[in-house]
Design a binder for this molecule. Structure first.
Ligand SMILES: NC(=O)c1ccc[n+]([C@@H]2O[C@H](COP(=O)([O-])OP(=O)(O)OC[C@H]3O[C@@H](n4cnc5c(N)ncnc54)[C@H](OP(=O)(O)O)[C@@H]3O)[C@@H](O)[C@H]2O)c1
Length: 340
């Protein structure tokens, strides 16, 4: 098949959400070969329209009929909608790339970050799996950085503390901060406590072991994506009142010793990473650095002098982009590239 007769009908479920809207922008910016576009959201938005590549499309509610003829369906409407509609979309012939947590840990569903494990997208016969999961935003940015270190040195353990944007909780998370800053009376806090001028060390519900679901996603998803159950991740996830992106402080114990300049060079030349590391010029990434960018930014790379074979760094990525929409579109690009 030549690129000129390639056809790709793309649906976005959750097209009115923060991630869905970002997916639309990313598809446009990256010139994804969309020949027909199908925006889908809840009954609340059905009948309204969204613009894609300068053309208006009416938003529809999900149904088997809506997914008929769709080649790639990007899902970002939460786990309940994914559990209901992904099998139906797949039965209609679509390849579903799902942003929710619904299928991430299913053994027969690949969990993919294209810089790390693009091969997992495909079955043994070379055709793509019908449902492919996009990892949690805080896991994605971390494994992009861990991958080159793992390949060169091996990794024993990662201690990670996150500083996560309110946009990680969707429209409701962003609106809550704005409403609190405006001084509105809150019936109930969206981020469990006041988020304005605060930091909340709880993202999602607690599990029985004292860690939150968000923290356990980082533990389990990292092992699955990296294909190594021996990597231990010790996480603390924290919500802070910023837009722009999630920050993460990483303390990484490697399997052998390293030269810090070699580590910097490795990170500088690895895919999807931008090294911004010059303390003398106060150069290091911040959430605003990553806003609307597709890469993972890395700075403050330094040896941990108090633990052998260990280094510290600070990483930032736009959770709506590399943490969600961009990663999903990159998966679709790998599929399309193989079909051309
Ligand atoms: N925000 C992030 O940084 C991030 C990162 C990674 C993954 N994710 C995942 O991406 C998904 C969406 O997140 P978001 O931040 O974009 O949330 P959001 O801003 O709240 O948007 C949710 C979207 O889902 C739609 N929706 C909800 N229930 C639906 C249903 N039953 N049927 C059809 N559409 C439905 C909403 O439509 P209406 O507008 O009509 O209500 C809206 O388009 C979640 O699974 C989230 O965990 C988010």
């Amino acid at each position: 098949m030549s690129s000129s007769d390639f056809r790709c009908r793309v649906a976005v479920l959750g097209a009115t959400g923060l991630v869905g809207r970002t997916m639309i922008k990313v598809l446009e910016e990256r010139n994804f070969p969309v020949t027909d576009f199908v925006p889908i959201a809840s009954a609340r938005s059905a009948g309204q329209s969204v613009t894609f590549n300068g053309k208006e499309y009416i938003i529809r509610e999900p149904s088997a009929e809506v997914f008929r003829g769709v080649d790639i369906a990007l899902f970002s409407a939460g786990a309940t909608a994914s559990r209901e509609w992904a099998p139906i979309a797949a039965a209609e012939g679509a390849i579903v790339i799902d942003n929710s947590s619904a299928f991430r840990m299913d053994t027969d569903v690949p969990l993919v970050v294209p810089e790390v494990n693009p091969g997992d997208i495909f079955k043994a016969d070379g055709t793509p799996e019908s449902i492919i999961a996009n990892p949690n935003c805080s896991t994605i940015q971390m494994v992009v950085v861990l991958k080159p270190l793992y390949d060169h040195f091996g990794i024993k353990r990662v201690v990670v503390s996150t500083y996560q944007s309110v946009t990680g909780k969707g429209k409701a998370g962003r609106d809550a901060l704005e409403s609190e800053l405006a001084g509105d009376e809150q019936e109930q806090f969206t981020h469990f406590h006041q988020i304005a001028f605060n930091a909340v060390p709880q993202i999602d519900a607690f599990t029985e072991n004292g860690y939150t679901k968000e923290e356990m996603k980082m533990v389990n998803e990292t092992k699955k994506i990296m294909g190594d159950d021996a990597i231990s991740v010790s996480p603390t996830t924290v919500r802070i009142p910023v837009y722009g992106g999630h920050g993460e402080s990483l303390n990484i114990e490697l399997a052998k010793d390293f030269d810090i300049d070699e580590v910097r060079e490795l990170l500088r030349t690895s895919p999807g990473i931008i090294l911004q590391d010059d303390p003398s010029a106060r150069l290091y990434p911040m959430p605003l650095t990553s806003y609307e960018r597709d890469e993972v930014f890395v700075g403050r790379v330094r040896r941990d002098y108090w633990h052998p074979q260990t280094l510290n760094m600070w990483i930032v990525a736009d959770n709506l982009r590399k943490g969600a929409a961009t990663n999903a579109v990159q998966i679709a690009e790998v599929i399309v590239a193989k079909n051309l």
